[in-house]
Design a protein around this ligand. Sequence first.
Ligand code: SF4
Length: 280
Amino acid sequence: MELKSADPTIPLEGSPYDLRVSLGEQVPEFDRKAALESGDWGFIHSFTTGSAVDGPGMRVVAWLTSCQFRCAFCHNPDTWKLSNGMPVPLQRAVDVVKQYRIGLKTMHGGLTISGGEPLMQKPFLIKLFQGAKAAGIHTALDTNGALGDRLTDEDLKSIDLVMLGLKAVTPDLHKRLTGMDNAPSLAFARRLAALKHPAWIRFVVVPGFTDTLDEIGKMADLAAELGNIERVDLLPFHQLGKFKWEKLGMDYPLKDAVPPSQELMEQAAERFRSVGVNVV
Ligand code: SF4
């Protein structure tokens, strides 16, 4: 395929908080589709190196573009559109990750693929994970889980850890918060549990949505019931992505929302601990 490679003047490395738009728009629709199907190219917002908050140890994080959710609290709305990502050949992505192999091993880390929703680019994601694993690098997938059925049991062998970003347990609340049903995400969570596949849950306490002890309790009970959840990242909503909504000219529903109090976060953590869940 004759895709134009990532513009060498644009650094692949960056932060998820960099606003990036239109980087892949020069790629014709036809080529975009072929790239997605083959997995020989991926559309990447950026790579972050040295992250200590996106999986165990020190991580290199590949932020892929495209997401089917529309979370009201999303801090990366520029990752929603595939064409905001840079087209990057698979081998280049593997090489970027492999150059950190020794440091990642020393710091008990690895590669995390996040987004956006990485499973929107499943063939690329699996090939990148396979390349990392062949180099002895630990792999983690950060996903909302809704497209989990795209992953075969064989695919899961190249993913050491699944970090499930579960947004809400109550179906109506989930729909209001993300625009999507949560049944597929919960089904994937249960499948991982049945397979005893290592998993974390990432849960954001969002003001006006998931900041009630009732909803927090439901998430805690789910995590306990699943039995394969090694840890829950309990995350307070923050406003670091606000500028992106503004710059993109999008109506940000949480522009005036205040992050949850420390007291509530402590109560929430206690609720998880009370059912034996390891919460961070
Ligand atoms: S799933 Fe993640 S990337 Fe997608 S809208 Fe929600 S928070 Fe944003």
